[in-house]
Each structure stands twice: as C-alpha cells, then as structure tokens.
Design a protein around this ligand. Structure first.
Ligand SMILES: *[C@@H]1O[C@H](CO)[C@@H](O)[C@H](O)[C@H]1NC(C)=O
Ligand SMILES: *[C@@H]1O[C@H](CO)[C@@H](O)[C@H](O)[C@H]1NC(C)=O
Ligand SMILES: *[C@@H]1O[C@H](CO)[C@@H](O)[C@H](O)[C@H]1NC(C)=O
Length: 307
C-alpha cells in the first residue's frame, strides 16, 4: 500500500511539473490500485494527464455593511481548472459532481448562478454567485446555456436560462450578445423583467445589436369612403431598428471651448472627456402608412461607431 502511494506521488509530482500549474486528481487512489503493476500505472496516469479538473472555487467579495458595521462578505465563486483540496458533492444531485473532469483543451465555465439577495445597511444588493461549473469544448462563438436561479430559497424561486456568449472569434473581436429577449417572472413586488441572450456573434467593443419595433402599415390597403374600417387588414411590419451597445476605448478627448482668434489651432480653454461614445453612425429609413393615411418613417441604425 505504502509503496503504491509513493509511486503515485512520484508520478503526480512528475505530471505537475510537466503540465505547469495544473493539478491532477491523483490523490484519489483506492484499494484497486494496490495490486496494479507498473504498466497499468503508466496507462492510468496517461489518462489522467488528458483530463483536468473543472470546479467551483471560493471567491469572497465585500457586499456592504451590516447592522453592527461589520463588512458583509459573500462567496461569489468562480470556475477554475484546478482540483480543489476539499470537494463535497451535492448528495441530492448525483448528476452534478462538484468536480468535473475536462479533456485538456476544453473550457471550464460557469453553468449556473444564484442571484443572492443580500440585505445590507445600503439596501438589498443582488450578487451573482456562481453555483456550478462545467466543461465546454473549444468552439466558435456561440450561445451556451447559463442558468440564473432568481430568488433562491424563497417562494419566488425560479430558474431562467439567460445564456452566455462564449467561443472563438478572429483577432480583435469578442463573442457578444447580438439579440436579446426579455422574459418576466413573478417576484414579491410583481412582474420582473430579465434580459435573456438569444443569439451571439463576433464583434467589436462598440457594435449594433438587434432591437425590433413593430408597426401597422396601412399602405397596402385602400380605404374607401363608407367601407367598414374593422374589416381593413393592415400589414404588421417588424422592423429591426437596432441599438448601439458597448464601450469605446477611453482615449482622452479634448473639446475646445475657447480658441485663440489669431491662431485657431491653439486652444485657450478646453474640456477634457475620457470617453468616446458608442453611437449610431449609419441609418436606413423605413416608410409606412398610418391608419389615418399619413406617411410615417422609422429610422433604423445600420452601423455603430465610436464618436
Ligand atoms: C501488467 O499489466 C498489463 C496490463 O494489464 C499486462 O498486460 C501485463 O502482463 C502485466 N504485467 C505483469 C508483470 O503482471
Ligand atoms: C442581454 O442579456 C444579457 C444576459 O442577461 C445581459 O447581460 C446583457 O446586458 C443584455 N444586453 C442588453 C443590451 O440588454
Ligand atoms: C363592421 O364589421 C364588423 C365585423 O365584420 C361587424 O360586426 C360590424 O357590425 C360592421 N359595422 C358596420 C358599420 O358595418
């Protein structure tokens, strides 16, 4: 028994060095490994090398102050490719072990989070606390499921899949939500609206996201005198008017308020602002006819830029 242990420790030490800061779950040797011969040990350690832990690790954050002025800390958690020293499986859910084993080149990512409501002297703070982690193969940017447990441990507890954008994009681009939808759940103060990701795509920091408006278009219907207006069927048009989302590089920008009259390139008094704004840069006009027959227009954003 003891000699086998030593074997494992030596092997474990070797693979630790070999794989850098990655920890392997080699401590989990059980009775069956006692009688194995050297060939089998190397076989198993090869398999271990190809799988890495993916687990939730503690991450304490300060949330606010409590009644006796103490700082309230909450474990917001995070997912890491590191084997935890102590891991306790949820006894009620065998399908979700606390430690997942991922193939080497997979991602370890949050799978679900609880929206914890923490009562502080500054009011109720909502904290997104990672609940479980999972392995995902490396792939192109796409929407992955990500569950929020809202109002955990209360009569209003509900699960919503808000989604997560992750995956590979070409250089300089990020995997971002391109289309969201809102859903409502019932909370203690009535209906509550949550944003849910529907579609992801690769884009810049400042980009156009889908936003739909609908109008009733009467341009196709002829409204004759004396005709029954309730029989008129207009066209329902859903127009993607877009919205500009994201941030722009925080370059210092100077807005000159007073220029030298003789040398206009000299600024005598300027206003410095850190931010460029992500604003609409190109548009498309959609026309439609109202119930009364007037032409109306809807401006749709086709491109956003940092201005
Ligand atoms: C060791 O195990 C391997 C694989 O199970 C087997 O092929 C081999 O014969 C064993 N060697 C000894 C010396 O028992
Ligand atoms: C889209 O939904 C995600 C997930 O809830 C949210 O983080 C993001 O802020 C939403 N985007 C917009 C523009 O509302
Ligand atoms: C218009 O049509 C609706 C349904 O077809 C009918 O119920 C209504 O009585 C009509 N009104 C007139 C003024 O003809």
């Amino acid at each position: 028994m003891r000699s086998t242990r030593r074997w494992w420790i030596v092997l474990g030490g070797f693979t630790l060095v070999y794989l850098g800061n990655v920890c392997l779950a080699v401590g989990a040797d059980n009775e069956s490994t006692i009688e194995v011969n050297a060939t089998q040990v190397t076989e198993e350690s090869k398999q271990q090398q190809q799988h890495l832990c993916c687990a939730r690790h503690e991450k304490m954050i300060d949330v606010g102050y409590g009644m006796s002025d103490q700082v309230i800390q909450v474990d917001a958690g995070h997912c890491r490719r590191l084997c935890p020293r102590h891991a306790v499986d949820d006894p009620g859910d065998a399908s979700r072990p606390a430690v997942q084993r991922c193939p080497l080149d997979w991602h370890c990512r949050p799978n679900s989070a609880r929206l914890e409501r923490i009562s502080t002297l500054q009011g109720v703070r909502v904290i997104e606390a990672v609940d479980s982690c999972d392995c995902t193969p490396k792939q192109a940017c796409s929407r992955e499921p990500y569950t929020y447990v809202v109002y955990p441990g209360t009569p209003h507890q509900a699960d919503i899949d808000v989604g997560l954008c992750m995956g590979h994009c070409s250089k300089g681009l990020g995997c971002k939500p391109m289309r969201n939808r809102t859903i409502s759940i019932v909370g203690p103060n009535g209906d509550e609206v949550h944003q849910v990701i529907e579609e992801c795509g690769c884009s810049d920091n400042c980009y156009r996201m889908t936003h739909v408006e609908t109008v009733l278009d009467f341009s196709e219907v002829e409204i004759k005198d004396g005709s029954n207006s309730t029989e008129v069927k207009p066209l329902v048009r859903a127009i993607d008017v877009g919205q500009c989302i994201g941030s722009c590089p925080g370059k210092e920008k100077e807005t000159c308020l007073l220029r030298d009259k003789k040398d206009p390139t000299r600024c005598l008094a300027g206003l410095y602002s850190k931010q460029h704004y992500c604003t609409p840069a190109r548009f498309k006009i959609h026309e439609y006819r109202s119930r009364r027959g007037a032409m109306r227009e809807i401006i749709a954003i086709t491109q956003c830029a940092c201005v």
